[in-house]
Design a protein around this ligand. Structure first.
Ligand code: HEC
Length: 110
């Protein structure tokens, strides 16, 4: 066997390892949290929110909308819920969820 061939193979393996390390490092985006955390997770309204808002998708972060926007988002979600027969909210439950979302909403028009 050609000793040079072994050396080339070794270089190649080192090169591939280096590329892998670099690409993994590029993927280590520490700005993207692996666990999303929500404000006030011990609030009973938070529990209600998670119960009713995780049936179809991940519960949204409260600061993804302003208080004003949440009102209309909830109306839309209620329509989805009633259409799908999933996670139905009573008027009281909706009020409680809206309260939680508004308390931590994105700042903007109220
Ligand atoms: C029955 C299923 C279902 C449930 C339960 C549900 N959603 Fe949704 N949600 C959807 C669907 C379908 C969409 C995408 C279409 C749309 O935006 O209307 C969506 C999209 C969203 C979006 C992204 C669109 C936007 O306007 O930002 C938000 C935020 C959201 N839902 C919030 C909620 C909240 C808060 C709750 C709990 C009250 C909830 N959802 C419960 C079905 C659901």
């Amino acid at each position: 066997m050609n000793p040079n061939h072994n050396f080339t193979a070794l270089l190649m393996r080192l090169w591939i390892t280096l590329c892998l390390c670099l690409s993994l490092a590029a993927c280590d985006n520490s700005a993207v949290p692996t666990k999303v955390s929500y404000p006030d997770e011990s609030d009973p309204s938070f529990v209600m929110f998670v119960n009713k808002c995780s049936a179809c998708h991940r519960p949204p972060l409260p600061d993804s909308h302003t208080a004003q926007e949440w009102k209309s988002v909830l109306v839309r979600m209620q329509r989805h819920q009633d259409q799908n027969g999933l996670a139905h909210m009573s008027a009281d439950e909706k009020k409680q969820i809206l309260g939680y979302l508004k308390a931590h909403a994105k700042q903007g028009e109220r």
